[in-house]
Each structure stands twice: as structure tokens, then as C-alpha cells.
Ligand binder design. Structure first.
Ligand code: BES
Ligand code: ZN
Length: 843
């Protein structure tokens, strides 16, 4: 590891003075960086990171120095005077602006019929080195003075406010210098240059908050984000008790953006769908999504920016926390949204599904090669599972002690770097519990336990075992499991493999009430029946109902119960009214689809089950939103309509077509838009329809509408159409590179177009590699393929195709987990297919 990364051990930068001239039209930049820093006593050279840069000259303390490039993006500087102590490096360099969406890159958009561009940066995880020589490691915190020379008549934003700006008429350029940043890591430096519009507000403490977009967006679409961002900063100021330290907080929507959003200190960047909410066309669910993204990035201003992980192995200190804080913040700001239900139906499910595959990474993991850094960002693990573990911790120590611990953590470590132990110490002090002992097994071991519960008279026995779907051997792992049981006869923790307790045999005992710990429960027959009784009597909370159904789908995946039992269970949920639980019902129907794909009779039965279940709610809600209805009904209508459409209910299909014909794309209910487009595509497909949708996709400036059109189009039943759509993917003039993976995953998850898409991936791998290698989304492609392939033959094809790529560090893990995942699915289909079909015959 030391070989690859810890350049800071020999040279510690303190301050960067960075001047860059951007030549957008020539797609190049040149610059000078002056680095003040300290060499360690052993150092006889200085090594910086630099990638794809042409280095013109280097001086060391004013004297010309020698330099060469080494492996792993190293720029090795030698001079006979290099010795322990403070030194000054001055480096002149130049580089290219490319479309890679990391480093420094252009974003494309159209306004008033004209093609336009912004320039933006994306430096996380290790792309600052593509723009200037630096020690590109999170522990190498420094202050930065930035000067940018750009074209005129543009807005120039960076982390800090503008210090000075002037036009230079001779060179026809604009020179902008910024205030000095606080001590921070290189991956957080950022700037954006171009024509932009904005709206401004101030927090109670006077921090200026701005939301920015290109002028192609409606100005009103900035308001929602501005309100949420302002209130979220106020919330965190209070919650963490360390004030936001910069004078301003900018939030910019970029037309091209590789991930969802990026927490650059003081200059957060987003994809347009993750920030802009047009009051006329944005769905309730999109607004909730936008709010959580903003809260996530703003929480990074503390977790990540103010206090930063020492090294990437503790990435969870950034991302798991930011994910947890999304929910804590938005729940405080908008209590009516019930976001903890979303946590249960989104984060928990993501985490439980992925963390059940053999070979998955633990939350905390060593990084051996720079290319592996990007693969750490597995959303299901470092985000969802990590957040679930922290929530478990929050409940284990108590909410107040948790917050007190965090306050002292920030007070103690501001502007510094930390590792897990620093946090454990703060939380152990605030709670008087040994937090390291409790958390370390959860963080460092992959997977989670299934706790089996059996009752014999008045004795209840528990046994924990790692829960794995697909091929595996018993791991023998155990965890300290917080039982959160509904009975006072059970202890707080199960920290042995097995234990038995005396209980009251009349009670319906549940474990993990509220779904706050990272485990699932396998109840014996009698206990499960008791719980189902409580379910039918309306005695279970919403989260518990969602959790019960979801845990059963996992047990079915793992072969612990038969998937046919899910059908019986679903029938017990017929009278459900809550949106979050309906999401799980819908997911459970989705789970059953794989068993009927090649049997039209059974498929028709499953469709019927779907429509039968949903009909009651459908009759209540209809297809059009009522005036002033609660947002939960608005969201529920989409889930219910989805189930009815899967049920292929004639009148509903006709209704969807009528809405489409009457309203036209622009005026469809945003919550239902993708479903209605999808229904029309599946049931009334024509060449004209497809080209009408594709051309609307190209001409609209609304990323949300684009997303809904893509979702609708990719639900086609026609492999020929799929072929056509896949052809568009490699044309970034039609489908932006940022959206490729989304089109692909939707097409491969659709069984009608799966084979075509799988073939497309294999035929176009060179293009995928060229476009995405080096980026965090590179491994999405094998990941998405593995999420859908479902036959033995496809498993073989997957192994044959990706096998030779197993040594590419960015792909190694995703390939081996992918094979296990497909094998688990194939086994499950082979095991339960007949039983599911038979059970469907009896509905
Ligand atoms: N820090 C990440 C973004 C990131 C990670 C960029 C790695 C480049 C490399 C950011 O805070 C983040 O987590 N973004 C999420 C969205 C978030 C709301 C979950 C993303 O981009 O998916
Ligand atoms: Zn994040």
C-alpha cells in the first residue's frame, strides 16, 4: 500500500498557489503551481501526483530541478539540495480538456437554438492530478489560492468567494482570483466556468447560499433546492455544533455529470435531475430525492470536508455518514415525509440484497491499487450498508449520546484527518460503552447474520449464522447482534452463536423491531404464524410490515423458505394502505417474475395476482391526482398503477393511452409519466411513436422528462426497438455519456430485451472501456449485467466474457460477485420454479 499511495510521508504540502489559463475552444489549459511544503528527513526526492500532464519546468527553491515520471501517476523531482525542512516548488505544466467527466471537462447544452458549454471539474476520488501536480491524497490537506484565466462574459465559481476579478482587454480574457481556502484535501477543490443563472438566500447566520444552472433551465426550478439547502445548513450547524466555516455555499446543476452529486467544499456540483425541480413538472418523489441529495452533500461539508478520512479504506467515514445524515436532516426538516420509511425500503433493501452475496466487500476495506479506489464506492455497501450500521450504532448508544459524541468529534478533529478509532473514542466517551468492540465486527466483516428463532414451550432459542444467497461455504462468522426484540425477556445483545431464554409462550415475539439493526430473522413456523396474526389484526407498524415481507423475500432467495410461500404471504397484504409497504409488495411481485418468464400461463397468473392485489387501492386512487391529496397518495398511485399495468388490465392500459393522447408528453402527471409512456410503448408501439419519443428526448432541456422517456422507451417488448435504442447509446449527441448506464440497465432488466442488451454489451465492450475506464461508473456495466442474467447459459457467457478481465483492478470484485449473484439466481429458479408455478395455479 505504501508504495502506491503515501507520498505525503516524504513531502507534506502546506499551501498551493495555482494559476490556470483555460482555453476552452482549443480544449487545453496551461498553468503554474507553486507548492510550499515540508520534506521529511529521509527524503532525497519529492514525488507528486501528475497524470496526463505535460510538465514544462520544475524549480526547487528557485533552482532548476530534474524530473521524470514514475509508475502510478508519479512525478519524481530530484535536486541535490533536497533536504529535511520547508521548500518551495514551482511547476509549469499544460494539459488537455477531454470529455471524460473527471479532471477538467466540458458540459454541453443548448440554449436558444445555440450549442453552448460550461467547463467544470470533478476531482474525487483521485483526479486532481489530471489538472495540476499535487499530492493527491486525502491526508495531504493544504490551503489553496486559485487564479483562473477564462473567456469573458462568464460566471467563474470556485470553493471560495471571488477576491478580485478583472478583464484583460489585450488578451480578451477574464482573470478571477479567489479567497484562500481552508485547509482541505485536493479532491475537494473545484471550479465551474460558463454562462449561469442563479438564485440567492441567506442562512440565519448570514451564510450566502446560491443555486446555479445553465440559462436553458426555468429559473423557478432553482427555488426548491435553495430552500432545502439553506435550511439544511442551518440544521447541521445546530446538530454538529460546529458552524459551517465558509462565507458561502454554491450548488450548481451541470448538464454532464458522471455521478449524482459532489460535495466540493463551498461549491457542490450536481446532475441536473439531482438539483432542479421545475414546479410544473417535477414529481413528489423527485423532490424527495433532490432534498436527500442536497442533505447528503451538505453533510459532507462536515463529514468529509472539515474532518476527512486519513485514507480511502475509511471511505465509510465520508459516505456512510453522509447517507445516514440525509435521513436525519430531512426527517428534521420535513417530518411529514416519513423518510425513515424510505430508508427501510431503499437503503435497507439495497444493503441486504448485495451484502448477501459471497465475496462482497466489507464496509471498511484495504485499498491496494489506485484503480481500486473508484470501486470502493459500491452504493449498496459503503453507502447503504454503512448507513444502516451507523443507524444501528445510533440506536445502540442512544440518539442523544450519538449526537454529543459527534459534536466532540468535530470540535476535536476539525481540519484534520481521522480513522475509525477517533470516532469510536468520541462515541465511547459520550455513551460509556465500548464502541470499537461493538462496531468493528460489523465494519470489517462482509455479510450479516440471519438469526433463527425457535420456540419450544417457554424456551426460545436463537442461533446466528451468516446469510448468503448462492454458492458458499459456512463462514463461521458471528456478530454482536442488537436484538431489539419486542420481549423484555430477551437481552440487548446476542453476542454468541447460540443462546436460549425463558419467555412468555403467548407473546408474538419479533426481533429487530423498527428494522434498525443489520440482520434478518428466520422465525419458526409457530412464531411466524403469531406474527402474521398480529399483521392481520393491524398490530404491526408500517416499517415492521415492510420489513417482514422483505425479509421473507430474502429468505426465499437464499433457499431458506420456498418462493411459493411469498404468494401466500402477499395475500395477507391485500388490505395494505401505506405506500412504503406497497413498494415492497411490488418488489415481491418483481421477485416472482423470474420464475414465470418462459411460461406464458404462469406469467398470466402472476399478472393477475398483481392486478388483484392492487385493484382495491386503484379504485380508491384512480389515475388522476385529486386536488390537495396527501403526497403519500400521489406516490402510492404510481406504485399501484405500476402493478395494474403489469396486470395488463385492459381498461387501465386504455386509460393510459387516453391520458397520453390527451395530455401530450409535456402535461402528463410527473408522478405517472414514465409508467404511462411505458404502457403506450408496450401496447401501442409504432415506428412513429418511438421516433417521436426519441426526438422529444433530444430536444427537451428537462433531465427529468428525459429520464421518464428513457424509462418508458426501455420498457419496450420489441428486441428490434431495443437494438435501435442501443445503437443510440454510443452516440453521445443523442444519449449523454452520463446516462448510458441507465439506458443499459433498464434494457437488460427488461426480459424482452435482455438477450439483445447482453449481446450489445459484449459487442461494444471496447467502446465501454474507452469511455468509462478510469471512471467510477466503469464497473456498473458488469454489475448491471449480473443483476439481470438468469440462465445457466448466461452464467457461462458471463464467466467466459469477463473471466479474462478478472485481473483489471477496477473490475476484479464486481466480476466475481457478479458470477455468484447470477449463480444464486439460477439456483433459486431451478429450486423453486415448479413450486411457484403450481402455487400460482391456485390463486
Ligand atoms: N462523494 C460522492 C461523489 C463521488 C464519489 C464522486 C466518488 C466521485 C467519486 C458524493 O457525495 C456522493 O456520494 N454522491 C452520490 C449521490 C448521493 C446523494 C448518494 C452519487 O453520486 O451517487
Ligand atoms: Zn457522498
Amino acid at each position: 500500500m505504501a508504495n502506491f499511495s503515501q507520498l505525503i510521508d516524504i513531502f507534506k504540502p502546506e499551501h498551493y498557489q495555482l494559476s490556470i489559463n483555460l482555453d476552452r475552444t482549443e480544449r487545453r489549459f496551461d498553468g503554474t503551481v507553486t507548492i510550499q511544503g515540508e520534506s521529511s528527513p529521509e527524503a532525497d526526492k519529492i514525488i507528486l501526483h501528475a497524470k496526463d500532464l505535460e510538465i514544462q519546468s520544475v524549480t526547487f527553491d528557485g533552482k532548476q530541478a530534474e524530473f521524470t515520471s514514475g509508475d502510478n501517476d508519479e512525478l519524481i523531482i530530484t535536486h541535490s539540495d533536497i533536504s529535511a525542512g520547508n521548500h518551495l516548488l514551482v511547476i509549469r505544466f499544460n494539459g488537455q480538456i477531454t470529455d471524460a467527466m473527471h479532471g477538467l471537462y466540458p458540459c454541453y447544452y443548448q440554449h436558444d437554438g445555440q450549442k453552448k458549454e460550461l467547463l467544470a471539474t470533478q476531482f474525487e476520488s483521485h483526479h486532481a492530478r489530471e489538472v495540476f501536480p499535487c499530492i493527491d491524497e486525502p491526508a495531504a490537506k493544504s490551503t489553496f489560492d486559485l487564479v483562473l484565466t477564462t473567456e469573458q462574459n462568464v460566471t467563474v465559481l470556485s470553493n471560495m468567494p471571488v477576491k478580485q476579478q478583472y478583464e484583460n482587454p489585450e488578451d480578451n480574457c477574464l482573470v478571477t482570483s479567489f479567497e484562500t481556502t481552508p485547509r482541505m484535501s485536493t479532491y475537494l477543490l473545484a471550479w465551474v466556468v460558463g454562462e449561469m443563472q442563479h438564485k440567492t438566500a441567506r442562512t440565519k447566520d448570514g451564510i450566502e447560499v446560491n443555486v446555479w444552472s445553465t440559462p436553458a433551465q426555468p429559473l423557478a426550478s432553482l427555488d426548491f433546492a435553495l430552500d432545502i439547502a439553506t435550511r439544511t445548513i442551518e440544521f447541521f450547524n445546530d446538530y454538529f455544533d460546529t458552524p459551517y466555516p465558509l462565507p458561502k455555499s454554491d450548488h450548481v446543476a451541470l448538464p454532464d455529470f458522471s455521478s449524482g452529486a459532489m460535495e466540493n467544499w463551498g461549491l457542490v456540483t450536481y446532475r441536473e435531475v439531482a438539483l432542479l425541480a421545475d414546479p410544473d413538472t417535477t414529481s413528489v418523489s423527485s423532490k424527495h430525492y433532490i432534498a436527500t441529495v442536497i442533505a447528503h452533500e451538505l453533510s459532507h461539508q462536515w463529514f468529509g470536508n472539515l474532518v476527512t478520512m486519513k485514507w480511502w479504506n475509511d471511505l465509510w467515514l465520508n459516505e456512510s455518514f453522509a447517507t445516514l445524515m440525509e435521513y436525519i436532516a430531512i426527517d428534521a426538516l420535513e417530518p411529514d415525509w416519513n423518510v425513515w420509511l424510505d430508508f427501510a425500503t431503499m437503503e435497507s433493501i439495497l444493503a441486504l440484497r448485495r451484502d448477501a452475496i459471497d465475496g462482497v466487500q466489507p464496509v471498511q476495506i484495504d485499498v491496494n491499487h489506485p484503480d481500486e479506489i473508484s470501486t470502493l464506492f459500491d452504493g449498496a455497501i459503503v453507502y447503504a450498508k454503512g448507513a444502516r450500521l451507523l443507524r444501528m450504532l445510533q440506536n445502540y448508544v442512544g440518539h442523544e449520546d450519538f449526537q454529543t459524541g459527534l459534536k466532540s468529534y468535530f470540535a476535536k478533529h476539525a481540519y484534520e484527518n481521522t480513522q475509525a478509532d477517533d470516532l469510536w473514542q468520541a462515541l465511547s466517551e459520550s455513551s460509556n460503552k465500548n464502541i470499537a468492540n461493538f462496531m468493528q465486527p460489523w465494519l470489517s466483516q462482509s455479510g450479516y447474520p440471519v438469526v433463527s428463532m425457535t420456540c419450544q414451550d417457554d424456551v426460545l432459542s436463537l442461533e446466528q449464522k451468516q446469510f448468503i444467497i448462492g454458492p458458499h461455504q459456512d463462514s463461521g462468522k458471528t456478530w454482536p447482534v442488537p436484538l431489539n426484540s419486542t420481549s423484555t425477556d430477551l437481552p440487548e445483545l446476542l453476542d454468541a452463536k447460540q443462546a436460549s431464554f425463558k419467555i412468555n409462550p403467548d407473546e408474538a415475539i419479533r426481533l429487530n423491531a423498527g428494522d434498525t439493526a443489520h440482520f434478518i430473522t428466520n422465525y419458526d413456523e409457530v412464531s411466524l404464524q403469531k406474527i402474521l396474526e398480529s399483521l392481520k389484526n393491524g398490530e404491526l407498524d408500517t416499517i415492521d410490515r415492510a420489513q417482514l415481507l422483505h425479509e421473507q423475500t430474502l429468505l426465499a432467495r437464499g433457499g431458506v423458505i420456498s418462493s411459493a410461500q411469498l404468494i401466500t404471504l402477499l395475500e395477507a397484504y391485500k388490505n395494505e394502505t401505506t405506500e412504503a409497504v406497497w413498494d415492497i409488495i411490488s418488489l415481491t411481485i418483481g421477485e416472482l417474475k423470474k420464475f414465470v418468464e418462459d411460461d406464458p400461463n404462469s406469467e398470466a397468473r402472476l399478472r393477475q395476482l398483481s392486478a388483484d392485489l392492487a385493484r382495491g387501492q386503484f379504485e380508491r386512487l384512480g389515475m388522476q391526482a385529486g386536488a390537495n391529496e396527501p403526497a403519500t397518495d400521489t406516490k402510492l398511485r404510481a406504485t399501484i398503477l405500476g402493478l395494474m399495468l403489469y396486470g395488463e388490465d385492459e381498461s387501465v392500459i386504455r386509460g393510459a393511452k387516453e391520458l397520453y393522447d390527451q395530455a401530450g408528453l409535456g402535461r402528463l402527471d410527473p408522478e405517472l409519466r414514465s409508467l404511462i409512456i411505458g404502457a403506450v410503448v408496450r401496447h401501442s408501439e409504432s415506428e412513429e411513436l418511438i421516433s417521436e419519443l426519441v426526438s422529444k428526448y433530444q430536444s427537451t432541456s428537462s433531465a427529468e422528462l428525459q429520464q421518464d422517456i428513457a424509462s418508458g422507451l426501455t420498457s419496450t417488448k420489441s428486441p428490434d426497438t431495443a437494438e435501435k435504442l442501443l445503437g443510440l447509446i454510443t452516440d453521445s449527441g443523442v444519449i449523454r455519456t452520463q446516462d448510458t448506464a441507465r439506458w443499459f440497465v433498464w434494457l437488460i432488466r427488461n426480459r424482452h430485451t435482455r438477450a439483445t442488451s447482453w449481446q450489445w454489451l459484449q459487442n461494444n465492450w471496447n467502446w465501454i472501456e474507452k469511455t468509462f475506464a478510469g471512471d467510477k461508473s466503469y464497473d456498473d456495466f458488469p454489475r448491471y449485467a449480473a443483476s439481470s442474467l438468469s440462465t445457466r447459459q448466461q452464467l457461462e457467457e458471463f464467466k467466459n466474457f469477463f473471466g479474462p478481465m478478472q485481473d483489471i483492478p477496477a473490475l476484479t470484485r464486481v466480476i466475481s460477485i457478479g458470477a455468484s449473484e447470477i449463480e444464486g439466481r439460477v439456483e433459486s429458479i431451478e429450486r423453486d420454479k415448479d413450486a411457484v408455478r403450481e402455487r400460482l395455479g391456485k390463486i
